[in-house]
Design a protein around this ligand. Structure first.
Ligand code: PMT
Length: 220
């Protein structure tokens, strides 16, 4: 789609995982490599957009050439602050990041010693970044992802509605060749008007180009 379909548009892409500290050496995290989000940043640049890439933990991926700015973040609250800072005058947000829903209620200052057989961690809920964006949406197009292992379309549709999104990319992260890590993904695009577009397995970059193409059509 290297056709300048997003020329003059400001795009935020989130990629990778967020990490929540338990103590100075341990964290709660997830398997996100950042590949899906970085591929989206690359595809958005090729479509002519001004791209802000907000990156959580990832496999030390290089910033795609042409990305206007990259902001590296740690926790979910850090990612929220970065996204919120660029949201108001952006045109499109694509949230491929895998976000930690909970954080330790009281991260330890020093390394926790392994004295007891059972260690209880109290977790508290993180803010839902995308839900917050959906609440204060003015003109922005919002695209979320849903990492599911069962009832992919049903749960994805519920997230699309709850978070006030224009499109959601549902991926079954338990399917071979889909989801975390790896270079391929299998996405089903769910639209706000109820349309469902099932896609085959393809490279994360090919999927990113389709997502960017569909986003440009929603904006146009
Ligand atoms: O990075 P890779 O290894 O390439 O893997 C790609 C991927 C599997 C991470 C990606 O394709 C994917 O599915 N990303 C979304 C993962 C996720 O957090 O899904 P979710 O169903 O928990 O969240 C739904 C949406 O809300 C997501 O867009 C997420 O960014 C957002 N969210 C979730 C929780 C939260 N507290 N704030 C959010 O903004």
């Amino acid at each position: 789609c290297r056709t300048n379909t997003l020329a003059g548009k400001k795009v935020i892409v989130t990629a990778g995982g967020t990490r929540e500290p338990i103590d100075p050496v341990r964290f709660i995290g997830n398997h996100s490599s950042g590949r899906m989000g970085f591929a989206l940043a690359k595809a958005a640049v090729l479509a002519g957009a001004d791209v802000t890439l907000i990156a959580g933990s990832n496999d030390h991926l290089e910033t795609p050439p042409g990305v206007s700015r990259r902001i590296d973040v740690g926790s979910t609250r850090d990612m929220k602050a970065a996204v919120d800072a660029y949201y108001d005058d952006c045109d499109l947000v694509i949230k491929a990041a895998a976000v930690a829903d909970y954080r330790s209620a009281a991260p330890a200052k020093n390394k926790i010693k392994k004295n007891d057989d059972v260690l209880n961690l109290k977790l508290e809920k993180n803010p839902d970044i995308l839900y917050g964006l959906g609440q204060r949406k003015t003109h922005q197009v919002l695209i979320g992802f849903a990492a599911e292992t069962t009832n992919v379309i049903e749960y994805g549709t519920a997230k699309l509605k709850k978070k006030n999104l224009d499109m959601l990319v549902a991926n079954d992260v338990s399917a071979k060749g889909a989801g975390f890590q790896g270079t391929t993904n299998i996405g089903t695009l769910l639209y706000a008007d109820g349309r469902v577009e099932k896609l085959e397995k393809m490279s994360k970059f090919a999927l990113a180009e389709i997502i960017v193409d569909r986003a440009a059509k929603i904006i146009a």
